[in-house]
Design a protein. Structure first.
Length: 185
């Protein structure tokens, strides 16, 4: 697994052995397509990477000019790998990691980061309908005006076109994966 753009393009990320299916990073092809939608440069954006896994999306955003990324995951293995990746690319000063069970742990972020994030990635495990559960309780007070939320879900799962103050602006299918792109209105 490697970074697809920005100043770290081509650099390999630490990731778990393929025999470990505890972490399911977003495939490189889909990650590249996602950043093609967003644009190649994310100047001064603050990014939130929920269910961060190995940190690929947040690190990709930093490589493309994001100012700061907050990584959140509940897995000790994920936290370990994210730290290792941030150290490898010397990104510790541009990031913070939280070990939180989601979606419940979002409350802690709403206190610490008011009106902070321009971009949010939500890439939970498919089995538990966690994307919809997370969107329903997502603390809007942490989003800047016109913030974008990109959620990953198994293809075939239907999500509403509006959830609270989030409006779906795009939906892209990539085999078994669908990206749902919402914007704060």
């Amino acid at each position: 697994m490697q970074i697809t753009g920005g100043y770290l393009k081509g650099q390999k990320l630490y990731s778990p052995s393929k025999t470990l299916y505890v972490i399911r990073p977003l495939r490189t092809k889909i990650r590249k397509a996602l950043f093609d939608i967003l644009g190649q440069n994310l100047p001064s954006w603050n990014v939130l990477d929920l269910f961060a896994g190995i940190g690929a999306l947040g690190i990709e955003a930093l490589s493309r000019g994001a100012k700061f990324t907050v990584f959140v995951d509940a897995s000790p293995l994920s936290i370990f790998i994210i730290k290792k990746n941030l150290e490898k690319f010397n990104l510790q000063s541009k990031s913070q990691i939280f070990k939180l069970k989601l979606p419940k742990g979002l409350k802690a972020l709403s206190i610490k980061f008011p009106k902070f994030f321009n971009l949010v990635f939500i890439t939970p495990p498919y089995e538990e309908n966690l994307l919809l559960k997370t969107l329903k309780v997502f603390p809007e007070n942490i989003l800047k005006e016109n913030a974008i939320i990109i959620g990953e879900e198994k293809t075939g799962i239907i999500l509403p076109s509006e959830i609270k103050r989030l409006k779906k602006i795009k939906e892209k299918h990539y085999g078994e994966t669908t990206l749902h792109i919402y914007q704060m209105f």
